[in-house]
Design a protein. Structure first.
Lengths: 100, 370
């Protein structure tokens, strides 16, 4: 079981009534999908807010960053960097800069 | 003594305005869900402190919020809106088929009798129902069987924006969709029929087609649910047979384009519209914000201007942004894309702005509280 840190944008941590930074227990391989499964299990109101309910894919205006890299286009089943899996670095969820 | 609670949805959050029955001194709370688009906030007629809100964002999708204390506190409930089966395709703006995809909830209509039952009109157009206070949602799919493959989005999206439940016969419901038209169910949503006979829409290939009309709003008086009024893209219409046939009642309006519409709480033949210049110019004719009232069920309209800006006004009043209260004299309310919420405590004769600087108002609903 890995403990993964996740940083949420303002609108998601206010929706979740949580702190901006969360610690999530992630069983098995630390993939993007596994972290999002853990996030939605702990905070069900975030289901559909990060990934589309129908497709399971990242919503178009949500981005993921980790270890100074843009992970947004990683496959949901791809492993996240080891620094994220070990909790040294957070997975950062960002609302894309768009709109008014 | 009665109180009034106005539930205002805006582009950047929800606001609640309250007053006593005099409707002169108002208190405001909010913003709730600041920064999110709030398409609609609605209260349960059965349990008025039960409120539902549609909170949506291009970034983070759809959230439904529920309150059991009149809006003081809120909790997110269910947001899983799944079409039944493979919804297939509808027409896109260019006439090509496009797969049906859920985008947002435009309108919430709580049941008159049960606070846990609420209907949701969504984009892409469909009707959903929850019977557990919004935790889970089930589509009423027979509606899409009414030639859904021919429906096409209006400029704002292919939205189901109006839900009317007949207070005399709750099995009878009416919905309206841009741009598909109006539809009626006589069996609680199990089956539907288009009710668009008499509509004429020059901008569609078959101007008198059974479906495809851009209906902006329908309204009814609860004591006369067989009579419906309609603000279509162009034309103000009336039906006296529950939508089986429609006839035009635009009469002397300066423009029969518009969005919002309401019926007086105590006078079934008194109806209100806000004319808008055209489908290309979404602001009031001549820069004058005028509500028009007919006391004769249409055709003969009077401009109501006292207290409303009569020069340099270029706001819009959207389809879900007009409502009435149940007091006597009837209060009439509307919100604008300029952020004003106006009230008339005398059925439209005089108006005052309750607030002037909200974000663009998407919806206004009103509760008359004991």
């Amino acid at each position: 079981m890995a403990t993964v840190r996740v940083i949420l944008p303002y609108h998601l941590y206010t929706l979740a009534h949580s702190d901006a930074e969360l610690e999530l227990d992630v069983p098995g391989a630390v993939t993007l999908a596994a972290v999002l499964d853990a996030l939605e299990a702990a905070y069900p109101m975030l289901a559909g807010a990060v990934r589309d309910r129908a497709t399971g894919q990242r919503r178009p205006l949500v981005r993921f960053y980790a270890c100074q890299d843009d992970c947004s286009n990683l496959a949901m089943g791809a492993l996240l960097p080891e620094a994220v899996a070990t909790g040294r670095e957070p997975l950062i969820v960002v609302g894309a800069i768009a709109g008014g | 003594m009665s109180r009034i609670r106005i539930l205002v949805g805006t582009r950047k959050g929800a606001f609640i305005l309250t007053s006593d029955a005099a409707r002169r001194g108002w208190q405001m709370s909010g913003p709730f869900f600041g920064g999110w688009e709030i398409f609609h906030v609605a209260g349960s007629p059965a349990t008025p402190d039960r409120l539902y809100a549609s909170q949506t964002s291009s970034w983070f999708g759809q959230v439904i919020q529920c309150s059991d204390d009149g809006g003081a506190t809120w909790n997110p409930v269910g947001n899983d809106f799944r079409y039944v089966g493979d919804p297939g395709t509808h027409l896109h703006y260019d006439g090509t088929p496009k797969p049906w995809a859920f985008k947002r909830v435009w309108h919430l209509e709580p049941s008159p009798a049960d606070p846990d039952t609420v209907y949701a009109g969504v984009e892409d157009a469909a009707l959903f129902r929850s019977t557990d206070g919004g935790l889970t949602w089930q589509e009423l799919p027979a509606l899409r069987e009414q030639q859904g493959a021919k429906w096409m989005p209006g400029a704002g999206g292919m939205c189901l924006h109006t839900i009317l439940i007949d207070p005399v016969n709750p099995q009878r419901m009416f919905v309206a969709i841009s741009a598909a038209g109006a539809f009626r169910s006589d069996d609680g949503g199990a089956s539907w029929k288009p009710i668009n006979r008499g509509l004429h829409s020059q901008y569609i290939p078959e101007p008198e087609a059974e479906v495809g009309h851009c209906v902006h709003r329908i309204a009814m008086h609860p004591a006369r649910p067989g009579t419906l009024f309609m603000q279509k893209h162009w034309d103000v219409m009336r039906s006296d047979d529950a939508g089986e046939s429609w006839f035009e009642v635009s009469g002397n309006l300066p423009s029969d384009f518009g969005f919002a519409m309401a019926v007086h709480a105590h006078e079934p033949d008194t109806v209100y519209v806000v004319p808008i210049q055209s489908d290309s110019e979404h602001y009031p004719p001549e820069g004058k914000l005028r509500v028009y009232r007919s006391k004769k069920g249409g055709n003969d309209w009077d401009a109501l201007t006292d207290g409303l800006p009569q020069q340099h006004c270029y706001v819009n009043v959207l389809r879900d942004a007009m409502a009435v209260d149940a007091l006597d004299p009837c209060g009439v309310y509307f919100g604008t894309t300029g952020g004003q919420v106006y009230v008339s405590a005398d059925a439209g004769d005089h108006w005052q702005a309750i607030v002037r600087d909200l974000p663009a108002v998407l919806s206004v609903s009103v509760q008359t509280l004991p």
